[in-house]
Design a protein around this ligand. Structure first.
Ligand code: ADP
Ligand code: 5GP
Length: 220
């Protein structure tokens, strides 16, 4: 079994990662059942409408610390005073089953994953401008003024790290950006190495139908 692809999507908070993943899953990738979103663990309290086990696994500080102590995380980081982590369980068994997995994690966590998993694909999402990021953070009305300021304050440090990723998407138009993300995923999936099993099955089908190749091609 060829292992699945690991995609690491990162951006300053509010740049539009959640929006792009959702638009892609409902648009170009809507028929795909073999791309799974990794649900992170966090000590952050749920926001209105967020569901445990779907948006995040919401856990206590103590439960999170126990997971760190038992090496349950592929990566974890403190982000805006809360702990967030990707468990091995969300990633490895799925990759081993040939499924693709996408992580939506912060820049520090992404660096750890890209080091530990050199074959992972890093995608950095940039807001088109500082003003757009500020407007999006305020517009979604999920964070208080202090939290918005904290997110904006760290955004320059984050966007400067775009070159550590394999791909960069500037999220000006959400549809175009979601299409670009889908294109990156499709391109990775269609590499010859990844396609080998299916391509070899086609070759075998041709071999069975033709028995031998004409000598003017093979030279024999
Ligand atoms: P993230 O997951 O990166 O924190 P979100 O996906 O929650 O960001 O997006 C933050 C806000 O910006 C949301 O209100 C979303 O609707 C809006 N948004 C996302 N992409 C765009 C875009 N291309 N143009 C305008 N608004 C956008
Ligand atoms: P939010 O609280 O807005 O959902 O997420 C805040 C930030 O934490 C976002 O940048 C998001 O990508 C990041 N994040 C979510 N899950 C994880 C995770 O498992 N690990 C790391 N390192 N960051 C995460």
């Amino acid at each position: 079994m060829v292992p699945g692809e690991l995609f690491v999507l990162s951006a300053p908070s509010g740049a539009g990662k959640t929006t792009l993943i959702q638009a892609m899953m409902e648009g170009p990738l809507r028929e795909c059942t073999d791309l799974l979103f990794s649900v992170s663990h966090t000590t952050r309290p749920p926001r209105r409408g967020e569901r445990d086990g779907v948006d995040y696994h919401f856990v206590s500080q103590q439960a999170f610390q126990e997971m760190i102590a038992t090496d349950a995380f592929l990566e974890w980081a403190e982000v805006y005073n809360n702990l967030y982590g990707t468990s091995w369980e969300e990633v490895v068994p799925r990759l081993e089953r040939g499924l693709d997995v996408i992580l939506d994690i912060d820049v520090k966590g992404a660096e750890v994953v890209l080091q530990r998993y050199p074959e992972a694909t890093g995608v950095f999402v940039m807001p088109p401008s500082y003003a757009a990021l500020e407007e999006r953070l305020r517009g979604r009305r999920l964070d208080d003024e202090q939290a918005v300021s904290r997110r904006l304050a760290i955004s320059l440090w984050e966007i400067r790290r775009y070159h550590q990723y394999h791909y960069v998407i500037i999220n000006d138009d959400a549809r175009r950006a979601a299409d670009a993300l889908a294109a990156i995923i499709f391109a990775r999936r269609h590499r010859a190495r990844r396609m080998r099993e299916r391509a070899e099955a086609v070759v075998r089908d041709f071999q069975a139908a033709l028995h031998h190749e004409p000598s003017e091609i093979t030279g024999s």
